[in-house]
Write a protein that binds this ligand. Structure first.
Ligand code: GLP
Length: 239
């Protein structure tokens, strides 16, 4: 596990963008695992600014809200187009996100797992971390979930994400998320975390016991994880 600590969010975003573009320079046809949320936003902005070449890349996103169509401004499909895909030269046919409005959600989970199997191991997986330790939408529970699944979001997650909606009632209660297998078999993982609000969970995830009650703690078992954190988020971690 590598820990990179920066004075502020902008510096963190620039460094992550630099390492991300290095991946694409070394392997232009990389399979990239992408995340939404405020943590990777700055990195995406930097990637677009640097005109990084995505022409041969393929992407798989971690998750999507159940019931939000791709046109909804808070869907993750919309987020990805708005923050990255529309700003770089990626072939949008090679960008994949679970469909939150699929009639049969179980079928959709199977379809996504088949797709992941067909595409092979992710070359670089980007992650944020929820305040409760979730990665993607793998919420705390008594076991680690391997495959893509429908998840009932925890009340704390619904409340944390309410800031993006006009009211708490509008936040979807469920999501589809990639399971932990494709994340843990990614060749390389970058986890981005910034701000005081992430300090406690970073300490638990990376310096506490490995437990499904803190899903991100499983990353301690991965051979190539880099944490990009700002000083506020890293405050309680000791190395
Ligand atoms: C969301 C997403 C996660 C994200 C996390 C943290 O619920 N499903 O993929 O990492 O919350 O979000 P943020 O980066 O905005 O703190």
């Amino acid at each position: 596990m590598k820990f990179l600590v920066f004075s502020d969010y902008q510096k963190l975003s620039e460094a992550a963008a630099e390492q991300f573009s290095k991946q694409l320079r070394q392997k232009p046809d990389s399979l990239l695992g992408l995340a939404t949320g405020s943590s990777p936003e700055g990195m995406y902005r930097e990637l677009a600014k640097r005109k990084v070449d995505f022409s041969r890349a393929e992407t798989v996103n971690l998750d999507e809200y159940v019931s939000l169509p791709a046109t909804h401004s808070q869907s993750y499909a919309y987020f990805m187009r708005d923050k990255l895909f529309d700003l770089v030269n990626i072939d949008q046919k090679r960008t994949h996100i679970p469909c939150g409005t699929a009639k049969d959600l179980k079928e959709e989970c199977l379809r996504y797992d088949e797709l992941l199997k067909k595409l092979g191991h992710i070359d670089l997986q980007i992650l944020g971390i929820g305040h409760n330790g979730h990665i993607g939408f793998n919420e705390p529970q008594d076991h680690f979930e391997k495959n893509t699944h429908v998840v009932d979001l925890k009340q704390s997650t619904i409340e944390a994400n309410a800031r993006f909606f006009s009211s708490l009632g509008e936040v979807p209660r469920q999501a589809i998320t990639m399971g932990l297998y494709p994340i843990m078999t990614a060749k390389k993982i970058f986890l981005l975390a910034s701000g005081e609000g992430k300090a406690k969970i970073l300490k638990e995830a990376f310096f506490g016991p490995i437990t499904p009650f803190v899903p991100a703690s499983i990353l301690q078992l991965h051979p190539d994880v880099t944490l990009f954190a700002d000083e506020e988020a890293f405050r309680l971690c000791k190395i």
